[in-house]
Design a protein around this ligand. Structure first.
Ligand SMILES: *Cc1c(COP(=O)(O)O)cnc(C)c1O
Length: 371
């Protein structure tokens, strides 16, 4: 069968390996597996959310409120914006796809950092657009600007703040200075999937959606319940932008695009800030232990503003081998070999998971040196 020719340039997305697959393929006991590969909250979600979702379990036969009134009100209040500035998606992933399909086509171009969230490129390829990447792996706004100024037909710029899979973040002032130089016809997508972490670590990195969209009618801010809120399995994210952008994106949205129970979970999650704050605090305490671990063993890491850390081996070790060996021990991490980097990305787990990772990793690392 012939398919749309844009599919020829598309690969099927490979998510972090699920626990079930490791049990099947490696015969590891399910209870001994720890997954530090998809940046999920190791503490789960707020107990309040679990309780309220359970009490709504009999409502599965009902479609959700398609206006998503209560969730939009909650987000509007949280971010001091109007409900009309908000769109809800099945994960912020879906909002990325709306943004891409609203602007990109085969006659224009999309710009992103060399090593950033893989879905930007996948959605962009679906439209047949041309993809431009900066030479540097991490976000370098000087490089973004040079490419932007040499290509007059860039429809979308992606900034992932902080960046997945590397963990670095730009300061708000740098981002605003950059946005000042961008034409209002170019959609700038600011992916804030990890903003809760970044702003906790360093206020200077915080992007406030209300201030952003007031200054820049061409900016689309993205947030998600999948990371700090611990609701990855519920698939709920949001976009915040000028009402004209939101109106365009709404044309691409199918009705009932999130489930009745996801909607409930997100609404309740917003009410338990304390839970999220405690998780983030622990995240950065554990991060320090990882940094010391890397220094002690003598390899590099990228300073992280998120809930994961990228460990870089340069020439000393091979990240593909290390990931395989970890997998055999039941520890799932993300190998960044496919990005042309000799590095792994490790999600910060609970203190117990992290000590287990460090113990097993060290064994592999030292074994290797002797072998
Ligand atoms: C996890 C993640 C998302 C979105 O996740 P959803 O589960 O679809 O909300 C978006 N951007 C980045 C950079 C992410 O890491």
């Amino acid at each position: 069968m012939q398919y749309n020719s844009v599919l020829e340039n598309l690969k099927i997305y490979e998510a972090g390996k699920p626990i079930e697959l490791v049990v099947r393929e490696y015969g590891v006991d399910e209870n001994s597996i720890i997954k530090l590969a998809s940046n999920e909250n190791p503490r789960g979600c707020s107990p309040m959310v679990q309780k309220e979702v359970c009490s709504d379990i009999s409502k599965m036969n009902l479609y959700p409120d398609d206006s998503m009134y209560e969730l939009k009100e909650g987000l509007a209040k949280r971010f001091s914006v109007d409900s009309q500035n908000i769109i809800i998606g099945a994960g912020s992933d879906q909002v990325i796809s709306f943004g891409v399909h609203a602007k990109a086509n085969k006659n224009n171009k999309v710009l992103m950092a060399k090593t950033t969230f893989a879905m930007y490129e996948i959605y962009a390829r679906q439209t047949g657009t041309t993809i431009l990447k900066t030479p540097s792996h991490q976000h370098n706004l000087q490089e973004f600007l040079e490419i932007y100024q040499n290509n007059k037909d860039i429809s979308i710029i992606f900034l992932c703040l902080p960046n997945n899979p590397l963990g670095e973040c730009l300061s708000r002032d740098e981002v605003y200075n950059f946005l000042d130089k961008i034409n209002k016809e170019t959609l700038v997508i600011i992916d804030g999937a990890y903003q809760e972490y970044a702003k906790y670590k360093d206020k200077k990195t915080q992007i406030e959606p209300n201030d952003l969209i007031k200054r820049y009618p061409n900016a689309l801010y993205l947030g998600t319940f999948s990371k700090a809120y611990g609701l990855g399995g519920m698939r709920c994210g949001y976009g915040i932008a000028d009402v004209n952008i939101i109106k365009a994106l709404l044309k691409l949205r199918a009705p009932f695009n999130i489930t009745t129970l996801s909607l409930k979970a997100a609404i309740v999650a917003l009410r338990d800030e304390k839970f999220v704050e405690n998780c983030i605090k622990e995240n950065f305490e554990q991060m320090k232990i990882y940094e010391k671990f890397a220094k002690d063993l003598g390899f590099e890491f990228i300073e992280s503003y998120t809930n994961f850390i990228t460990l870089e081996f340069k020439n000393s070790k091979n990240s593909t081998e290390i990931s395989e060996k970890l997998l055999k021990k039941g520890i799932i991490v993300r190998n960044l070999g496919a990005y042309g980097m000799n590095a792994i990305r490790v999600t910060i787990g609970t203190p117990e998971q992290n000590s287990r990772f460090m113990r097993e990793f060290k064994e592999i690392y030292i074994d290797d040196m002797e072998g």
